[in-house]
Design a protein around this ligand. Sequence first.
Ligand code: G3P
Length: 281
Amino acid sequence: MIKIKIFIDSSKLDEIKEAYSYGIIDGVTTNPSLIKEAMEDLKAKGQEINMETYIREILQVAKGTPVSLEVIGNTYQEMVNEGKRLYQLFNPVAKNVYIKIPVCPSFEENSENIFDGIKAVKELSKLGIPVNCTLIFTPEQALMAAKAGAKFVSPFAGRVDDFIRQQNKISFKKSDYFPALGWEKDDEILEDNGIVSGVDLVNQCVEIFRTYDIKAEIIAASIRNARQVREVALAGADIATLPFSVIKECLIHFKTMEGMRKFTSDVVPEYRDLIKKYDKK
Ligand code: G3P
């Protein structure tokens, strides 16, 4: 049993089905933006959408592995009610629902609901509902989430890299690689309050969780490219949740393809005939 798990970060049923068909996927993470993307795709194809049936299908495809469904409210009561409702409605389908709760649901620093995420994590966990605590950008947020009882904590690696580049006016494409050890500019390593990259955020969460034997699993989320998958695996993430495009990218290398072309063109008739002979049986 390989300990690092790979989830698919998607709400597109066709992608989820395809990824599961390869036998390498251990779970699904969704969020409102991913659901929006999936719905826009279906609408563009002129397809009718029944949200409830659609989610049930995702849960069936992922049977035996966790599927995270996110709440949409941003007060303690809304999140607890929605979490309970989502769990009661969907967990009976395949017994694999995790409720995703933002670590801090506030829009601004001086809001009154700063603690509401943690309170909701605590309450749902107390009720036996497994929680994936999301939108984590610091190890201390991960620590608070774990203390509140979250089963999964999701540090958003790619968005940390976005933030560091945005703060420093560095232009980039979403899939661009960001150095795990930090971006050097004018002889200094850029950082966000001691975090030098998304991989570093994951790494720091892992260190704290290992030091204190914290059982919550760390999902490296917001992953943008294959190299980042390698780096969060090296950092010791329990789980990496990957968009379909990144799962695909994990299989590609120029020399693998060049090697395939050479092996294919070198096949001698005797060897081909032998293999074909047994092909027919
Ligand atoms: O798992 C969280 C993820 O969906 C966010 O990804 O690429 O929008 O930062 P991204």
